[in-house]
Design a protein around this ligand. Structure first.
Ligand code: HEM
Ligand SMILES: *[C@@H]1O[C@H](CO)[C@@H](O)[C@H](O)[C@H]1NC(C)=O
Ligand SMILES: *[C@@H]1O[C@H](CO)[C@@H](O)[C@H](O)[C@H]1NC(C)=O
Ligand SMILES: CC(=O)N[C@H]1CO[C@H](CO)[C@@H](O)[C@@H]1O
Length: 497
């Protein structure tokens, strides 16, 4: 199994591209995604019809929650009955547990756990590693856009929009646009590689590539540039894992909801400040830092969790105990109490149940997650980094990035403003310029963006007339583009999004 790979600097040659063509794609709506999903959908139209309806419902719930939050309402309503207060916008507890619907095949020859072989690629994402170990992604660790979407939507109940966006970034920045492949770890040989050299400046690097998808202050992996880490941003570190267990009160009982979204957020906050204290080159980018690593903490609580019936009401109870957490992160406890980590052996236990399909965790849930994280620890919303020595973190002000259109206080009061800000910071601002460092023919890349990311994020812009998405004022005096802001930080080397 191939795990760590040396960081290969991406070609930084810039080529005059048709960046200006990008905004024309924005707002084309659902058509693009529908087209891309058509292949996966045709194999299972009933499932996708339900998933689409569920995503729509989540989006509607987001608008309603946004309106409440703008009026001063709570981000998540506190519950006194011991159930999770922080839940997806459509609470899994609002459904009855349905064993047949929530059972996933984890035991057939096709989908039983098989440890990766010597040539199989695995990487830093436990969710993707286990999907490959269960044959939902190609066991080689090289997957495709549609297989990647299909796997995470079906096994975990990831919202369709979120699944499309996560996969589209992977293809665009870590994979091969020609055959829509990408790797869940390091570089790979692709069938379309002959053609790739005409399109790309270098070989696709996979999601391990630091500062693109993979970022600092991860849950249980060290920072790429952290002293002592030897550029290992892929393997789990047991000391960090033990800190996570301690955050859960070292509770090892079966069936208990130990690793809740609250616990994971507390852990995320600690990890962020540890990176400031430990890594002179700590860097928190807009996508890989802010969005991916903050969302990943929530992913643990939402997707590694088992689902069961509340004994009294029959309602779905989502919970994450140590047993399921250990399987997800490929950690075992030996008889003498010692913990053992086996790289790349992440799995789901055979009796694990997915969340109700009516309760996806969607792109809109990530926006609310970030807003909540920013209210609890404002650091978690800052794009920026250390200045070459520890404890020198400086963030780039949202007002500066947007040319005075947004400020941080407002982003914390209005989820729609936050999603509009994120959309512009991670898509419209960065992609047209950054694809030029990867692609010789930027038109193809931008066409792809227009068909995948723009529609997925485009929904977040509002558009109902009440809360239009305000564009960054790129002409404002003192305004700093996101890409230029990155350049100030020594740890941003190679950073794209
Ligand atoms: C196409 C879909 C996905 C892509 C491209 C992706 C990619 C990544 C990448 C690049 C990282 C490393 C980020 C870092 O530096 O911390 C990561 C981490 C992580 N991902 Fe994923 N991921 C995907 C889906 C999922 C899903 C569905 C789950 C949950 C089931 C998941 C759970 C996690 C977790 C928990 C981490 C943090 C690991 C750690 O820091 O120890 N991901 N993912
Ligand atoms: C959890 O266990 C660790 C030892 O691994 C110990 O240092 C820590 O104090 C414990 N924390 C709690 C809350 O029990
Ligand atoms: C998950 O929950 C189901 C439903 O209650 C239960 O039968 C199963 O044993 C649990 N599995 C794990 C791995 O916790
Ligand atoms: C638009 C905006 O807010 N610009 C500010 C960016 O930051 C500098 C100071 O670093 C200010 O002088 C600008 O006014």
């Amino acid at each position: 199994m191939k795990l760590s790979t040396p960081f290969a600097t991406l070609a930084t040659l810039a080529l005059a591209g048709s960046a200006a063509a990008f905004p024309a794609f924005v707002g084309k709506g659902e058509a693009g995604i529908a087209e891309l999903l058509a292949r996966a959908e045709s194999a299972d139209p009933e499932f996708y019809a339900r998933a689409k309806a569920a995503d729509e419902a989540a989006f509607q719930a987001f608008r309603e929650r946004s309106a409440e939050i703008r009026k001063g309402g709570e981000v998540y309503k506190k519950r006194a009955d011991g159930k999770r207060s922080i839940t997806a916008l459509i609470d899994p507890a609002s459904f009855k547990f349905n064993d047949a619907e929530q059972t996933v095949d984890l035991t057939s020859d096709e989908h039983k756990f098989i440890a990766p072989g010597p040539n199989d690629i695995r990487g830093p994402c436990p969710g993707l590693n286990l999907l490959a170990n269960h044959g939902y992604l190609d066991r080689s660790g090289v997957t495709t856009l549609t297989q990647g979407i299909d796997a995470i939507v079906k096994v975990f109940g990831v919202g369709l929009d979120l699944a499309a966006a996560l996969n589209a970034y992977a293809v665009l920045f870590n994979g091969n646009l020609l055959d829509l492949t990408w790797s869940i770890g390091g570089p790979y040989g692709s069938k379309g590689l002959g053609g790739v050299t005409n399109l790309l400046f270098g070989q696709p690097q996979g999601i391990n590539a630091h500062n693109i998808y993979e970022g600092d202050a991860s849950i249980v992996r060290q920072d790429y540039y952290e002293p002592g880490a030897n550029n290992d941003n892929v393997l789990l570190k047991l000391d960090l894992f033990k800190e996570l267990l301690a955050d859960g009160g070292n509770n090892s009982a079966d069936g208990v909801d130990v690793f809740t979204p609250e616990v994971m957020l507390k852990h995320k906050s600690r990890r962020w400040h540890q990176s400031v204290e430990r890594n002179p080159l700590f860097f928190n980018s807009a996508f890989g830092g802010l969005v991916v690593t903050t969302a990943a903490e929530r992913f643990v609580a939402e997707f590694a969790a088992n689902n069961t019936a509340d004994p009294e009401t029959g309602a779905n109870r989502i919970y994450l105990d140590e047993k399921n957490l250990f399987a997800f992160f490929s950690v075992e406890r030996k008889a003498d109490g010692e913990l053992v980590y086996t790289p790349g052996h992440e799995r789901l236990l055979p009796s694990w149940k997915r969340r109700p399909l009516g309760s996806p965790f969607s792109l809109v849930d990530i926006v609310i997650t970030l807003l909540n994280a920013g209210r609890i620890d404002p650091s978690l919303l800052s794009v920026g980094g250390n200045a070459g020595k520890v404890n020198s973190f400086a963030g780039v002000d949202a007002g500066n990035l947007s040319g005075g259109v947004f400020n941080t206080a407002q982003l914390l009061e209005d989820p729609q403003a936050l999603s509009c800000f994120l959309y512009q910071a991670t898509v419209t601002e960065l992609i047209p310029t950054q694809v030029q460092t990867l692609y010789k023919i930027t038109g193809a890349a931008l066409d792809f963006v227009g068909k995948t990311l723009a529609p997925a994020w485009g929904k977040l812009k509002g558009g109902d007339g009440d809360e239009p998405c305000q564009s960054f004022n790129t002409n404002a005096a003192g305004r700093v583009s996101v890409a230029d802001a990155y350049k100030k930080f020594p740890g941003s080397k190679g950073a794209l999004v």
